[in-house]
Design a protein around this ligand. Structure first.
Ligand code: FEO
Ligand code: CA
Ligand code: CA
Ligand code: CA
Length: 579
């Protein structure tokens, strides 16, 4: 293995590929292949993908568009698993010939887009551990969740007036999920998914007078929507002002039971949730870390009231499926210890929003804090971050990593030690260490472990590693950890003139900070996932929005990934293995 690699994936780092390179590039000795692509049928009766013959009915049984969060859950044996993906959004200009804007889409095309959103669950199989993974076209677990799938709402805000609409006077039953960005997997086998940029799906010419502040804070005021209101009036916020409050939640899906109703957990707050990742505290309570992905927004933590029970018994399952329904919600404040020591570090405090079913925010009830979490947090003085995306506990070292992707709007007068760069085009990653090794405590210490960019730029920082030996990196977004606790970083929006990609970043040992590029993804795609499989034989990447350019069209797409000969780009999950 070349120097620097402590993982079983010894490799020589690849060179960055110039922006627009329409290739998947992996290190020497590695191969990539596609596991599944947008449009592949996964439900009985769904037709083979045909770009020229799309229908909403077909799409409802086919793998969704723009795969973001990706997880492979092992079992029932070593050569089988369940792949779960978020399908964040659609590139309608690349899906439909002759696209002229959402106003020109037919009702059927609007319904195709709605059906291509949400989540996809699909069984995967391999012949043996040296074989590649293939998706299973028909399997008991295969499922599509779309913008129209019924969800149950639970937690303290369920049934609140703000969640009631003319179609759902209970305020407890919502149709659909969309804008699902990142996510996490729980120790009890469910998948968490963050509803992120939900605001863009609503047509909201004006805000209701009694929700004007919230509409503004969540980016709803003036939203033009995507035309969905033409086929479903609930997307017209003027007609249905509370429908927006039914999105922006963390969703929990049980992929083992395709008949289960997925849940929106109001106890975890409503924001532009990037995702949620959990760890189990020493006393058994579940702690979920969550980022609100917007410039100058906040980092949150949820602590369950109940305790995790090990095992598969019916009783343990029922207990665990209720853990995220009730708990305490906090928002983070970072304090620096001064720049004089040459590193960005300090202490932090979790400011209470709701604890023991009591609101800690003046003038707001528990339900209001949970529905209007951004407004509540604004009142308690947390630290405004540079777009917190994935926030993920590293179960090997017990520390949590906060990925701040970028914030080019931060002015020199607005820097603080946790967000130390003005015009932060390339992002950074912060490591949190909970007090006493207990994630339920309200204090932590922190340190920036990566300041991304061109290593020749003296403001970059690679955890003390020699900058002349690392790969350039920009806009870290999603992360994963392997069994040694190394971080794998996927990027979105490389601002160095290169394609996005995936990188190995050791967090301990002699090569701590030795960042090495492992993957480059095709033209104008972002790299999602990532995932190192449980046997550490495969790395998964979700290639999202290949060919996403200004004025993109199927007539001349900038990408043809995954190169299946039909001339059209298709977001796909790929695997990378040693040859
Ligand atoms: Fe969908 Fe936060 O990126
Ligand atoms: Ca310092
Ligand atoms: Ca993201
Ligand atoms: Ca992203």
């Amino acid at each position: 293995a070349p120097k620097g690699s402590k993982s079983p994936f010894g490799f020589t780092p690849i060179q960055p590929q110039p922006a627009g390179t329409d290739k998947v590039v992996v290190p020497e000795g590695f191969v990539w292949s596609t596991i599944i692509s947008w449009g592949d049928p996964i439900i009985s009766g769904a037709p083979e993908f045909d770009f020229e013959k799309q229908s909403a009915k077909a799409q409802e049984g086919q793998f969704g568009y723009n795969n973001d969060y990706t997880v492979l859950i092992p079992g029932p044996d070593a050569n089988r698993g369940t792949l779960v993906c978020n399908n964040e959004y659609t590139n309608d200009d690349l899906m439909f010939r002759g696209y002229t804007g959402s106003a020109g889409l037919t009702n059927e095309q609007l319904r195709i887009s709605m059906a291509a959103h949400g989540m996809s669950v699909v069984a995967v199989r391999r012949r043996n551990p040296r074989d590649q993974w293939r998706h299973v076209r028909i399997d008991r677990v295969n499922r599509r969740v779309t913008a129209t799938t019924p969800f149950q709402v639970d937690g303290p805000a369920a049934g609140h007036t703000l969640l009631k609409t003319s179609a759902d006077t209970s305020g407890r039953r919502v149709l659909g999920t969309f804008g699902n960005c990142s996510g996490g997997v729980t120790p009890w086998g469910t998948v968490l998914s963050g509803e992120e940029n939900f605001n863009g799906y609503f047509s909201a010419a004006t805000a209701p007078a009694d929700q004007a502040d919230a509409y503004k804070r969540y980016g709803l005021t003036g939203s033009k929507g995507r035309g969905w209101e033409r086929v479903d009036q609930r997307f017209d916020a003027v007609q249905e002002p509370n429908e927006v409050n039914r999105f922006g939640w963390v969703v929990e899906l049980d992929p083992s039971d395709p008949s289960s109703t997925p849940v929106k957990h109001t106890a975890m707050g409503r924001l532009k949730h990037e995702g949620a990742n959990v760890t189990i505290a020493p006393d058994g309570r579940v702690v979920a870390y969550m980022g609100d992905d917007e410039r100058f927004d906040y980092l949150y933590k949820f602590v369950s009231h109940g305790k995790y029970q090990k095992g598969d018994s019916r009783k343990a399952r029922q207990n665990n499926l209720s853990l995220l329904s009730s708990g305490d919600l906090y928002v983070a404040k970072f304090t620096g210890d001064g720049f004089e020591d040459g590193i960005s570090d300090g202490t932090g405090y979790w400011l209470p929003l709701v604890v023991d079913d009591t609101s800690y925010v003046a003038g707001m009830s528990v339900a209001e804090v949970l529905v209007w979490t951004r407004l509540a947090a604004d009142k308690v003085g947390p630290t405004k971050m540079d777009r917190p995306e994935d926030v993920e506990p590293n179960l090997v070292n017990g520390r949590t990593y906060v990925v701040c992707t970028n914030n080019s709007s931060r002015q020199p007068s607005q820097i603080d030690e946790a967000n130390p760069r003005a015009n932060n085009k390339h992002g950074h990653i912060i490591e949190l260490v909970p007090s006493r090794g207990d994630d339920t405590t309200t204090t932590f210490t922190w340190k920036i472990v990566l300041i991304a960019g061109d290593p020749n730029d003296p403001t970059t920082y690679f955890n003390g590693y020699d900058r002349s030996e690392v790969s350039p990196i920009s806009c870290p977004d999603n992360v994963a950890f392997d069994h040694e606790g190394n971080m794998w970083i996927a990027t979105d929006g490389n601002a160095l003139g290169a394609c996005d990609g995936m990188y190995l970043y050791p967090l301990s040992g002699p090569h701590k900070g030795h960042l090495q590029q492992f993957l480059s993804v095709p033209a104008y795609s972002e790299c999602c996932g990532p995932l190192v499989t449980w046997d550490q034989k495969t790395v998964l990447a979700a290639v999202q929005h290949p060919g996403e350019t200004e004025g993109a069209s199927p007539a001349a797409p900038a990408s043809q990934f995954p190169y299946q000969g039909d001339g059209q780009p298709r977001p796909s999950v790929i695997q990378i293995r040693q040859r």
